[in-house]
Design a protein around this ligand. Structure first.
Ligand SMILES: Cc1ncc(COP(=O)(O)O)c(C=O)c1O
Length: 442
């Protein structure tokens, strides 16, 4: 087993899953007993038991009392129609049921002790916000308990941020392709997104300078780590250049840091650089699980009141029990484990993808949840259609389009399948389409 820095049981789980992916154990087959696996892998039976629990929670195997542990036929968790979904940016489940039980027990105790029987402010109690802020401080960027509000996923965070900034200008600058949920939030508020030319690190400073001068925009929407769908990461130097322009033009940044835990170019955030000009957004949906949709918004102090009022008026926030469950998942160490496991998984899947599709340099070689394959817009749309006919669902490139120019490439969400085996099957189908297209071109 590779010494990846993962907990031992997670490495055992990966070793077993790799054996399944490589075809050593096939769907429907019984795995060796826990004792045999422990001997083969030179680990304790306890580690094997935890590993098998984790694999069973991911839908890779199923234990049958008295009979053993079997490899599931749908080990990849494909939809019932056999389609593999590479269009959703969802992390594979990495939470073992016993860890979830532990977290729920803590959440139950804390939730039942909440004031007013839990009929409380939906932006989170001091304790809940303290736990989440502490975790984000330890893992990503410094945030105080009173500087954040909990919300219903990053999606609500984006909607609240855009709404709070709308009175300054209804124009939002972003890249030529961006997260469809952000496009939807802007449209819902009657705001217009305008694209700014980017390179492999994000918006080009000269183009941004001109756009800020010419459009009257006062808001930028940026996803500096693992930009969705373009896949790049903005390094500290570019961040400083963008921040200087934002300052000069008296603008603001909505920093969507939902993929921040994949950062490989250091820890500097826009929020750290200019807290008064940034509405920082994050969420546990990608770093832990979308099951609780725990979002975080950290606005500058002067916007806090407006955002709270809007949340209160809309009554659209995170239910108190869910906030407790999220806090408990952090307090019991589950969130830390998930981040380590997901980073390692993203790297392994990236390498698998690069080797099967023959991809050379990528903007985030240390691991990324999605890859962007540049290609002519018409080809990208055709490719997505052909993939869908062949059983692999890809996002239509037009879903993320900002401005007039069609998106010149395709996004592949490599974390979406439950197992690497299913990802591999889907990638081989995509490689086949690439090959057949090349033949046609010749
Ligand atoms: C860049 C980006 N921001 C925000 C979201 C929404 O996150 P949440 O599930 O927390 O609402 C997503 C989900 O795909 C995303 O890719």
């Amino acid at each position: 087993m590779a010494d990846s820095g993962l907990p031992l049981h997670e490495r055992v789980a990966q070793a077993v899953e790799t054996a399944i992916a490589s075809g050593r154990y096939r769907a429907g087959e019984r795995l060796p007993t826990h004792r045999q696996l422990a001997q083969q892998l030179s680990v304790s039976i306890g580690s094997v038991t935890r590993a098998i629990d984790a694999l069973s929670s991911r839908g890779v195997v199923r234990g049958e009392t008295g009979r053993g542990t079997f490899v599931l036929a749908q080990a990849g968790g494909e939809a019932d129609d056999g389609i593999v979904d590479l269009s959703t940016n969802a992390p594979p489940p990495v939470i073992a049921p016993h860890r979830m039980t532990e977290a729920s027990e803590l959440a139950n105790r804390n939730a039942l002790a909440l004031a007013n029987g839990g009929y409380i402010d939906l932006s989170g109690t001091d304790r809940q916000r303290g736990v989440v802020a502490g975790w984000l401080t330890a893992t990503r960027t410094p945030l105080g308990t009173d500087e954040i509000l909990l919300c219903n996923g990053a999606q609500q965070g984006l909607h609240l941020a855009f709404a709070a900034l709308r009175e300054r200008s209804t124009i939002i600058l972003t890249e030529s392709a961006t997260f469809p949920g952000a496009i939807a939030a802007a449209a819902n508020l009657g705001m217009t997104m305008i694209p700014v030319t980017h390179d492999g690190e994000g918006m080009e400073p000269a183009a941004l300078d001109a756009a800020l001068a010419n459009t009257g925009a006062k808001t930028l929407y940026l996803t500096p780590v693992a930009q969705n769908p373009l896949g790049f990461e903005t390094g500290p130097e570019r961040r400083r250049a963008i921040a200087a322009l934002v300052e000069r033009h008296d603008a603001m940044i909505v920093e969507d840091d939902i993929y921040g835990f994949y950062a490989a170019k250091g820890t500097l955030t826009f929020r750290q650089l200019m807290p008064e000009r940034v509405v920082y957004i994050s969420s546990l949906s990608k770093s832990l699980t979308p099951l609780i949709r725990l979002g975080v918004i950290a606005p500058p102090a002067r916007l806090m009141g407006t955002i709270r009022k809007r949340m209160r008026a809309e009554g659209w926030g995170l239910p108190p029990y869910v906030a407790e469950l999220g806090a408990a998942m952090i307090e019991t160490g589950l969130a830390d484990e998930a981040v380590v496991a997901l980073r390692a998984e993203a790297l392994a899947r990236l390498e698998l993808t690069r080797s099967i599709l023959g991809i050379g340099a990528v903007p985030m070689p240390g691991g990324t949840p999605h890859l962007f394959l540049p290609m002519a817009p018409i080809k990208a749309e055709q490719f997505a259609r052909r993939a869908s006919e062949a059983g692999v669902r890809l996002t239509p490139p037009s879903a993320g389009q900002v401005g007039e120019a069609p998106v010149a490439g395709l996004r592949i969400c490599i974390m979406a399948p439950r197992s690497r085996a299913t990802l591999e099957r889907a990638l081989r189908i995509l490689a086949g389409i690439f090959e057949s297209e090349e033949e046609v071109a010749v």
